[in-house]
Design a binder for this molecule. Structure first.
Ligand code: APR
Length: 280
């Protein structure tokens, strides 16, 4: 590796120059941190993360609420939580709109998200450019037969509470759930298919709002080539972002994307996207 490559990205200004001149295929990897300012807690931030607020469910361990084996034995905690977090009451954040702006600039190759809130769709990002690695509420199935069920019928039953989901279990002869990927379930076929073709083409990886604790998603950061720059925007240092080609903005993601947009001369466009969501 020649010297200039070793010091390729000392600071954000150099990265901005690179984005403005050479970049064509940006992959954005996102986690729960990008929806925190929408009012949706992340999972692992001590004190405020979802996993530190589950005492009332009396779980053996916090992640059990999203474990398929635990769900089969005791579905009530998940259904109760699902009623609280069901998409429809939250708005996309500046970070979602920054990703939309990358699409509008023709620079977004793909957004791999771990989030199940579908705020990417709400922000108007083309579904073709989204990989919902951990699924979402858009579709629903029976858990054994994997038979598709009308997601509206599932939403209605979950909103009704215990009555509702027990009625569905009766009707379909087995438990049903939105197509969220539980621990112990495989990720969608689309994830494995697209990652094979996307990461070899990636000329800039941006990772935002994730602790990179969950596999196989977390390992995606190692699929880009050795000299592809990787930008982390996160409240804390995570992953293996210390190589010569890595840049880290350790801060709130909405602040980080606003600063990046400003350096790129995109502030007005970002603001106009953010304002399209505000009630008139
Ligand atoms: N700005 C920047 N970073 C933030 C913000 C914010 N406003 N809020 C939180 N963060 C950071 C946290 O510091 C943490 O590093 O985002 C990260 C969120 O990490 P997690 O809570 O672990 O969420 P995530 O990485 O998405 O979890 C991955 O775990 O339980 C499973 O399936 C679930 O998809 C989820 C997966």
């Amino acid at each position: 590796m020649t010297d200039e490559k070793m010091n390729k990205f000392e600071n954000i200004e150099e990265l901005v120059k690179y984005i403005s001149s050479d970049v064509k295929n940006i992959i954005v990897m996102t986690g729960a941190g990008i929806s925190v300012s929408a009012g949706i807690p992340d999972f692992r931030t001590p004190g405020t993360g979802l996993y530190s607020q589950l005492e009332k469910y009396d779980l053996p361990y916090p992640e059990a609420i999203f474990s398929i084996d635990y769900f089969k034995k005791n579905p009530k905690p998940f259904y109760t939580l699902a009623k609280e977090i069901y998409p429809g009451n939250f708005c996309p954040t500046p970070t979602h709109y920054f990703i939309r702006l990358l699409e509008e600039k023709g620079l977004l190759l793909r957004n791999y998200t771990q989030n199940i809130d579908s705020l990417e769709n709400e922000a108007g990002i083309n579904k073709e450019l989204i990989v919902a690695a951990h699924g979402n509420f858009d579709t629903a199935s029976t858990i054994k037969g994997k038979h598709k069920i009308n997601p509206e019928e599932v939403k209605t039953s979950i909103m009704e509470g215990e009555e509702g989901w027990k009625r569905m279990r009766q009707k379909y002869g087995e438990l049903i759930k939105p197509d969220i990927v539980f621990f112990g379930e495989p990720l969608p076929y689309r994830f494995y298919e697209l990652m094979k073709e996307d990461f070899v083409k990636c000329d800039l990886l941006i990772v935002i709002g994730t602790s990179l604790q969950v596999q196989p998603f977390a390992s995606l950061i190692n699929l880009v080539s050795e000299d592809t720059p990787r930008l982390l925007i996160n409240r804390e240092k995570v992953g293996n972002f210390y190589k010569y080609r890595d840049i880290t903005l350790i801060k709130d993601c909405d602040t980080g994307v606003r600063e990046l947009a400003c350096s790129l001369g995109w502030s007005v466009e970002l603001l106009s996207l953010i304002h399209i969501s505000e009630p008139t």
